[in-house]
Design a protein around this ligand. Sequence first.
Ligand code: NAP
Length: 288
Amino acid sequence: MFKVLVTGAKGQVGSELVKAAPAGFTVIGLGSNELDITNQQQVTAVMAQYKPDLIINAAAYTAVDKAESDIETAFAVNEKAVALLAQAAYDADIPLFHISTDYVFDGQASTPYKETDTVNPQSVYGASKLAGEQALERTHAKHIILRTSWVFGATGNNFVKTMLRLGKEREELSVVADQYGCPTSARSIAEVLWQLAEKYVAERTLPWGVYHFSNSPACTWYEFACEIFEQAVKAGVLERKPVVHPITTAEYPTPAKRPAWSVLDCGKIERAQSIALVQWSEEIIDIF
Ligand SMILES: NC(=O)c1ccc[n+]([C@@H]2O[C@H](COP(=O)([O-])OP(=O)(O)OC[C@H]3O[C@@H](n4cnc5c(N)ncnc54)[C@H](OP(=O)(O)O)[C@@H]3O)[C@@H](O)[C@H]2O)c1
């Protein structure tokens, strides 16, 4: 059996990874209470105890607004701990799959971001995730960095769940209509990571490096919300659709600056790793 250590196993992506392990893989899924990735001794002990063949790091500090005032913790989890995991993977000569974000870009583009485009994070969260990518790249060549965006899953908090809650509570609500991105189900991210793991097992190597992966097509938060309500009513989860008003980012100020354009070009992973993209509209139903 090929042993895979999944960190952050209780998060949106981590829990999907644990759920969806293909045949032939043993998953050691550890939540933050079992493995704090910022703790060097715990990382060393877990590596010695389980001797994994691959690490998938699904742990991260993901509170984007809170990170603006909690810089130290954001960098401890998103940069320093990634360096620790990278060193552990290097020492064991095993690959590390890591997840990163569209927030490494500044959102000023108007065409989808490629892996080679210039990074320029606008938030503490984005900067800490970029620092994590760089720490991994410096430490260990055998890595996959999967940048994704607008994640929603059955576990944890996300936009789909917030909309469902607000849709039950309110007759009307306002949603930002000038930020573009690609919603991505945690399920589809887990599936891609397992496909890469299977490929690695079969070929004993992979085309390492940074890849963009999101669901398609691009939309605004407003369009995403409208589709969620449409489907929720059809599925009988909501009795009626609330009235959704499109607003601007300026009308909905947040502590962290969000990129206006967060669309990732996923052509590289489609070509180099033969990954097929899925439509986010088909993934929403899993959350209900
Ligand atoms: N959510 C998004 O919209 C989004 C967008 C783009 C990229 N991403 C990236 O996708 C990846 C997965 O995100 P997600 O949405 O699944 O996040 P999530 O639901 O917030 O899960 C992250 C998990 O990491 C754990 N964690 C935090 N600090 C830890 C530590 N020191 N040691 C071990 N575990 C720790 C958390 O556990 P506790 O709750 O117990 O602290 C949580 O279960 C992350 O790398 C994130 O940056 C997410």
